[in-house]
Design a protein around this ligand. Structure first.
Ligand SMILES: NC(=O)C1=CN([C@@H]2O[C@H](COP(=O)(O)OP(=O)(O)OC[C@H]3O[C@@H](n4cnc5c(N)ncnc54)[C@H](OP(=O)(O)O)[C@@H]3O)[C@@H](O)[C@H]2O)[C@@H](O)CC1
Ligand SMILES: [K+]
Length: 505
């Protein structure tokens, strides 16, 4: 699914109206019906619903929603905020369509807003994609009052005051919604962690915008959804054997962190790799052999740390390196040797990222290699320097991928996959249960397995982060967020792959 800017969304609206012979009023009605459909499933008709409408088409949506909810027996009170003498045409059409029983309250000062019951619902229809400056003055005061009212706020299209695709100025007030119901496509702002307090739980409802326009419009930003991953996954062939699915090498684990190698290895095997060799420091040998009998185990000459590459490197199709390896000098030297010699793809995680980030020499060896980095935000900052905000982080992500021609999986609540072509794919699975030690090691194992099976690096990144999040979502059902461990995510990988390859009817 593509992500469009606010300007492109307005163009999509205009194109749909022009090319598909639908009036803008009818498109607004579709949007209002789509919103109302979601709202009715969420809130019972007994609830008081206070709908705050601004002067543009977002306000027009609010007025149409007021009429539709009134018809469905909700106790609706519309508010017209500020100067509506220059309101949009469709706002005025929907103002006229309000039934007699609904008389709107004009809010010219914030004191005109009554106190709400604690179970009241507020619908925010002040501003949508037409927001063109920070919200201050009366609108800002109204937003602050609604935020502190204690009512459950549901935003139409986007929380008012939030910029859809660029940094919202600090001085602007922004609605803090519990729910945001967006039309047709998600906005970039919803995918960035800094906006969680404003956007709340978000959903997209279709309103029939032109699919042709959406297919043709240029955007480098995408959401990866289940259908995408189902199309990317290749069935295993009847006449295949273990050699068909690659031979992965994991260079993971260090004294006290052999568990990281166990987790990465188990996840790699559960993600379809044909053969797996794990090299661990001597201290890890009995542990690996016992915990992961399916993996072949090599030992490093060093008892505690990664200090050498195995023999016969040419037999591997992919390497995963980093989980638990530590930051010893000798390990850094080994990474340098790996970058200098390996011709196959390398998945680089954890301390391998930290070691590369700390060395200009190692960074200089990254060019023209087939590399996937899997940093969390702190590791990413070690690679690229301090970032100012989530948009700045995204910019750095694209620049880093372009400069080094590599892939970066920037982990977070909507993990972002950056590609060398400047594209970014946001993931749509996962939950806060993943915020626990070892889940990153699991992701390294999954991605390594997928690269080993000859998926392109882009496919491996997109499938891998989706499956990892899906496994956590499936584990949620029986284990919950609080108790979830990295091993639970591995244990749910089979269900996640089954879910994707044999969708239930
Ligand atoms: N078109 C369609 O077919 C469909 C559109 N849809 C809906 O339309 C929404 C977009 O509507 P929109 O383009 O009218 O813009 P919207 O966000 O309502 O605001 C514009 C108004 O706000 C004003 N204004 C802006 N910033 C301000 C500020 N900081 N402080 C104060 N004022 C400010 C600006 O005034 P001005 O800049 O002229 O002073 C103008 O009056 C979209 O999100 C979706 O909900 C759906 O129904 C689907 C069909
Ligand atoms: K809104």
């Amino acid at each position: 699914m593509k992500i469009l800017t606010a300007a492109q969304t307005r163009e999509a609206d205009a194109y749909t109206i022009r090319e598909e012979g639908i009036s803008s009023t009818d498109l607004m009605e579709r949007a209002a019906k789509a919103f109302t459909g979601w709202f009715e499933n969420k809130f019972q008709p007994g609830a008081e619903v206070h709908i705050f409408c601004g002067p543009g088409n977002n306000g027009g949506d609010g007025l149409a929603v007021a009429r539709l909810l009134h018809e469905r027996k909700y106790k609706v009170q519309p508010y017209l905020v500020g100067d509506i003498s220059k309101a949009s045409d469709d706002f005025n059409v929907n103002l006229k369509r309000l039934p007699q029983a609904l008389s709107p309250i004009h809010v010219e000062q914030e004191s005109a807003i009554p106190e709400f019951n604690s179970d009241a619902c507020v619908i925010d229809a002040l501003f949508g994609t037409g927001l063109n400056r920070a919200v201050t003055g009366l609108y800002g005061q109204v937003i602050e009052k609604l935020n502190s009212s204690g009512a459950t706020i549901t935003a139409i299209d986007i929380p008012s005051g939030l910029y859809a695709d660029s940094q919202t100025p600090d001085e602007g007030a922004v609605i803090r919604a519990s729910y945001t119901i967006s039309f047709e496509l998600p906005k970039l702002a919803f995918l960035l962690p800094q906006h969680e307090p404003y956007v709340g739980e978000w959903h997209v409802v279709p309103i029939g915008l032109s699919q042709q326009f959406i297919a043709e419009v240029k955007s480098d930003l995408y959401c990866t959804q289940q259908e995408d991953v189902q199309q990317l996954l290749k069935p295993r062939r009847k006449f295949s054997h273990k050699g068909t699915y690659g031979h992965a090498l994991l260079l993971c684990g260090g004294y006290g962190k052999i568990g990281a190698a166990v987790l990465a290895a188990r996840a790699c095997l559960r993600s379809g790799i044909g053969l797996l060799t794990v090299q661990v420091p001597q201290a890890g040998y009995p542990i690996l052999q016992t915990a992961v009998p399916e993996a072949m185990t090599l030992t490093d000459k060093n008892r505690k740390h990664l200090s050498e590459l195995p023999q016969e490197m040419e037999k591997y199709s992919v390497i995963g390196i980093g989980p638990g390896i530590g930051t010893e000098r000798v390990t850094k030297t080994t990474i340098g040797q790996l970058l200098a010699t390996a011709s196959f793809p390398i998945v680089i995680d954890a301390d391998a990222i930290n070691l590369i980030a700390s060395s200009e020499k190692l960074k200089g060896q990254l060019y023209k290699r087939k590399l996937i980095f899997t940093p969390h935000p702190k590791e990413f900052e070690r690679l690229v320097g301090k970032v100012k905000n989530d948009y700045d982080r995204l910019q750095h992500l694209r620049e880093f991928c372009l400069e080094y021609g590599c892939y970066v999986i920037l982990k977070g609540s909507h993990t972002a996959v950056g590609t060398p072509e400047g594209k970014v794919y946001f993931n749509t699975t996962g939950n806060p249960g993943l915020a626990t030690g070892g889940t990153g090691d699991v992701l390294t194992g999954i991605i390594t397995a997928l690269v080993g099976q000859q998926y392109t690096l882009e496919e491996a990144c997109r499938i891998g982060v989706f499956v990892h999040g899906l496994a956590a979502d499936l584990a949620l059902q029986t284990i919950g967020e609080i108790s979830m461990t990295a091993s639970d995510v591995i244990d749910s990988l089979p269900s996640a792959f089954l879910h994707l390859t044999q969708p239930l009817p």
